[in-house]
Design a protein around this ligand. Structure first.
Ligand SMILES: [Zn+2]
Length: 296
């Protein structure tokens, strides 16, 4: 279980749903007696620039750092940099990198990241995201010799940044279950990349079992005749019933069964979860704990 205390330093402004209490809630849940014994904690170093440059251009990284050093600014209507956001973003990407290292070593791992990453494009922050942690993790996995990477994203929002960054890469397959139409507007089923993108766009309020079934069907399609060397999960818990930013109906038990199903399908490849969204603290905590228990 990788984490970094700097994740709490990002402040997007009063009333913003992506708030420091999110990471506190996750860490508290993972320190609870029923989970703590399953988890080995590792404090991740901040991401090094080389790892970031595999995904983001230098000019973009420099611009973010400069905006932070100048005190911060709103990069779009809901993506706000504070004076310490850059520190938190580097910590968040570093946690994803450390989780990959641990996963490769131990078979499974979880990165408790904040801010999230899956909306971030190569040169543009959006949707609360600055650096695309999951693609940074995927590229690092490839550096470690894990050439074929499956990314499964069950955040309620489409991982548009992830898709944009991998959709021409035949070594990476991207499966995303998300509410549709919904923010950010992408993620239609006919967006297939080079045949490596498997979108599962669904309306809100379906029976929870339908979401589970349809996501696993897409995972099975992605794995048809293709064996990954690494499985990464963009683990957003805003897909749980009751989240204020989504209308899906998943329960923590579904998170556990999805995690177990991915481990069964990974064929021995490491399975590494990286935190994305989740905006009701109790659900976020319960979802993360269920995910980590199923990984352990
Ligand atoms: Zn989300």
């Amino acid at each position: 279980m990788a984490w970094n205390p700097a994740s709490r330093l990002h402040q997007a402004g009063a009333g913003h749903p992506e708030r420091p209490q999110r990471i506190e809630a996750v860490l508290e849940a993972l320190r609870a007696p029923d989970v703590a014994g399953l988890v080995e904690w590792v404090e991740a170093p901040p991401a090094d620039r080389e790892a970031l440059l595999r995904v983001h251009p230098a000019a973009y990284l420099d611009a973010l750092e400069a905006i932070g050093a100048a005190g911060g600014a709103a990069l779009d209507a809901d993506t706000v940099m504070g004076s310490r956001t850059w520190e938190a973003a580097l910590a968040s990407a570093g946690v994803a990198l450390a989780a990959v290292e641990r996963g490769v070593r131990d078979g499974t791992a979880f990165g408790a990241t904040r801010p999230p990453g899956h909306h971030a494009l190569a040169g543009r922050a959006m949707g609360f995201c600055f650096l695309n942690n999951i693609v940074i993790a995927a590229r690092y996995g490839q550096e470690l010799g894990r050439g074929r990477v499956l990314i499964v994203d069950w955040d309620v929002h489409h991982g548009n940044g992830t898709q944009a960054l991998v959709e021409e890469d035949r070594f990476i397959r991207f499966v995303s279950l998300h509410q549709y139409p919904w923010y950010p507007g992408t993620g239609a089923a006919d967006e297939r990349g080079v045949g490596n993108v498997f979108n599962v766009p669904r309306p809100p309020d379906l029976p929870r079992a339908v979401y589970v079934r349809d996501l696993l069907a897409a995972v099975d399609a992605a794995l048809d005749g293709w064996q990954p060397d690494l499985v990464l999960v963009s683990a957003g818990f805003d897909s749980l019933a009751g989240d204020p930013l989504g209308g899906f109906t998943l329960e923590p038990d579904d998170v556990a069964s999805l995690t177990t199903a991915l481990r069964e399908r990974a064929g021995g490849a490491p399975v590494v979860g990286v935190l994305e969204g989740g905006y009701r603290l109790d659900l976020l905590a319960a979802g993360a704990a269920a995910h980590v228990r199923a990984l352990a």
